[in-house]
Design a protein around this ligand. Structure first.
Ligand code: PNS
Length: 160
């Protein structure tokens, strides 16, 4: 039986922390679906297509990893995929409360869906998409934090 994991997120933009989590999640599953959530309530910096393209460039090239977007509930999307596991990263205690709440809600909606938390590489634990956006917005160097394709997309977005 193929074990499918879904790794959902906003990925606005993807960071080296996300890349690290995708690689780590392959230890748990035969296939990992990286899933960009479409959230009409949020004003993302990058469109869903742009985020998928950046993800493909930064963690594509492994036939076990695929990329999709989804609207609506993660629990429903996971059911449609036949995924048994949701992968989320836990960087610090501050992530825990939100992640715990989300995991329990997803279990309420889809009882056989397990959430697995993975710890990123220690040198990436401070990293978040929102910090990367902020640093790039003010012209800071993000080349150590994101794939070169993402750095180029940020530079283009914030070109003055
Ligand atoms: O990268 P993020 O923004 O922390 O990811 C959050 C995400 C997209 C995983 C979460 O908001 C989500 O699952 N959204 C889909 C809608 C949904 O299922 N909401 C209820 C979750 S309990």
């Amino acid at each position: 039986m193929t074990r499918i994991a879904v790794y959902p997120g906003s990925f606005d933009p993807p960071t080296k922390g996300h890349e690290d989590l995708v690689r780590r999640s392959l230890a748990l599953a035969d296939r990992v679906v990286v899933a960009v959530a479409v959230n009409a309530a949020k004003q993302p910096l990058f469109s869903v297509e742009e985020r998928l393209d950046m993800l493909r460039r930064s963690v594509g090239g492994d036939s076990r990893v695929s990329f999709e977007s989804f609207e609506g509930l993660l629990a429903d999307f996971a059911k449609r995929l036949g995924a048994g596991v949701v992968v989320r990263g836990l960087r610090a205690v501050s992530d825990f409360e939100y992640e715990f709440q989300m995991a329990l809600m997803n279990r309420q909606l889809h009882p056989s869906l397990e959430t697995v938390f993975l710890v990123p590489a220690v040198d990436l634990t401070y990293l978040s998409s929102s910090l990367v956006r902020e640093v790039a917005r003010f012209g800071g160097d993000v080349s150590a934090l994101v794939h070169p394709a993402v750095a180029a997309a940020l530079a283009q977005r914030f070109r003055r």
